[in-house]
Design a protein around this ligand. Structure first.
Ligand code: NAD
Ligand code: TYD
Length: 344
């Protein structure tokens, strides 16, 4: 492994991975390929801008010519794919881009790599491909029953990864991470959205009864797990990556408000997300037993660090919350908030 293409490396988790591996592996050349969609942000990569082993290329993973050129030019031997449309609510409003990137884009990456004889590809997937589980924990062999257009397109992409391993013998691995939080996360996902809204004393729109459950994973743990699977994972295998910390949405919301010393009266119960998955939960037994990986950060400490980071880095998120972001906010929340209920 020498020249690694990190697609989607200007996003939240991809940039955390790039910041990590450029430092940890000075012997690797890290080439980021990113389309810079609304969620892609070169500010996320400022800390590595001057690193000699880091290069940025703007481009679409679904554009075969671009992918071929970059793979050739940098003599890529390994691909780590983070590139995706990632927000469930946007996938409900407009699924097209999700099919383009999360299905077709993954196929183009795989197929171009195969044609050029590149064997190693790690694909970053999500626990959402399993669907919802009322009790117990999903394990890797369980059926995929995705419920949102986002989850369905991620399932499509990862099944294509599987097919390229089985059919063409590519050395692929897949990780299915749980709900990830930390610095540099685009403020549409619930944690950075609620933190930045609460800083401004604005209402926090909690969907439905707020009793949905997510498993929370700190971004450094997520990128650490991807690093471990990239180096030690078995070709053809899929690994769950959970934070081992389940919480109801209402409790995450209250935790954030308390950390900011803001009142619970900012919470608004709003109309639910259509098809909202009630609970995500997965077991880390496989990655723990086979690769000796386990999350190291506690939810409490890392969420407090995350809240502090958004307080101290308004330069990063205030300029995002303008323009297209406000159009999306209006479309997603204006009616919901107008009809909202206060907490009792
Ligand atoms: P993000 O939305 O912050 O970043 C996605 C990045 O992909 C952006 O930089 C964007 O510009 C880029 N991109 C989008 N379409 C592209 C295309 N066609 N070509 C090239 N680049 C493109 O997402 P994230 O939260 O960092 O997620 C990264 C990966 O991890 C995704 O595959 C996602 O499905 C997966 N994942 C995320 C979470 C989470 O909680 N955030 C949990 C599990 C898995
Ligand atoms: P999100 O961050 O969108 O992640 P995902 O849907 O991929 O799990 O949402 C996390 C949880 O928070 C999910 O159950 C939906 C809920 N949520 C709200 O209640 N209000 C919001 O405004 C958002 C964005 C999410």
């Amino acid at each position: 492994m020498k020249n690694i293409l990190v697609s989607g490396g200007a996003g939240f988790i991809g940039s955390a991975f790039v910041r990590r591996v450029t430092q940890k592996y000075p012997q690797y050349n890290i080439i980021v390929l990113d389309k810079l969609t609304y969620a892609g942000n070169l500010d996320n990569l400022l800390p590595v801008h001057d690193e000699p082993n880091y290069t940025f290329e703007r481009g679409d993973i679904a554009d075969r010519e671009t992918v071929r050129r970059v793979l050739e030019q940098y003599e890529i031997d390994t691909i780590v794919n983070f590139a995706a449309e990632t927000h469930v609510d946007r996938s409900i409003l407009e699924p097209d881009a999700f099919i383009h990137t999360d299905v077709v884009g993954v196929y183009i990456l795989l197929d171009t790599a195969r044609q050029m004889g590149i064997q190693r590809l790690h694909h970053v997937s999500t626990d959402e491909v399993y669907g919802s589980i009322p009790e117990g924990f999903f394990k890797e062999g369980d059926p995929l029953e995705p419920n949102s257009p986002y989850a369905a397109s991620k399932a499509g992409g990862e099944l294509m990864v599987r097919a390229y391993h089985v059919t063409y013998g590519m050395h692929t691995t897949v990780t299915r991470g749980s709900n990830t939080f930390g610095p540099y996360q685009y403020p549409e996902k619930v944690a950075p959205f609620f933190i930045t809204e609460a800083i401004d004393d604005r209402p926090l729109p909690l969907y439905g009864d707020g009793m949905q459950v997510r498993d929370w994973l700190y971004v450094d743990d997520h990128s650490d797990a991807i690093d471990v699977v990239l180096h030690n994972g078995t070709p053809g295998e899929t690994y769950n990556v959970g934070g081992e910390h389940e919480m109801h949405n209402i409790d995450v919301t209250r935790f954030i408000l308390k950390a900011l010393d803001k009142p619970d009266s900012l919470i608004r119960y709003v109309a639910d997300r259509p098809g909202h998955d009630r609970r995500y939960a997965l077991t880390n037994d496989k990655i723990h037993a086979k690769l000796d990986w386990t999350p190291r950060h506690s939810f409490e400490e890392s969420m407090l660090d995350t809240v502090r980071w958004y307080r101290e880095n308004e330069w990063w998120w205030r300029k995002i919350k303008t323009g297209e972001y406000l159009d999306y906010y209006k479309q997603q929340y204006a009616d919901r908030l107008a009809q909202a209920a206060h907490p009792d």
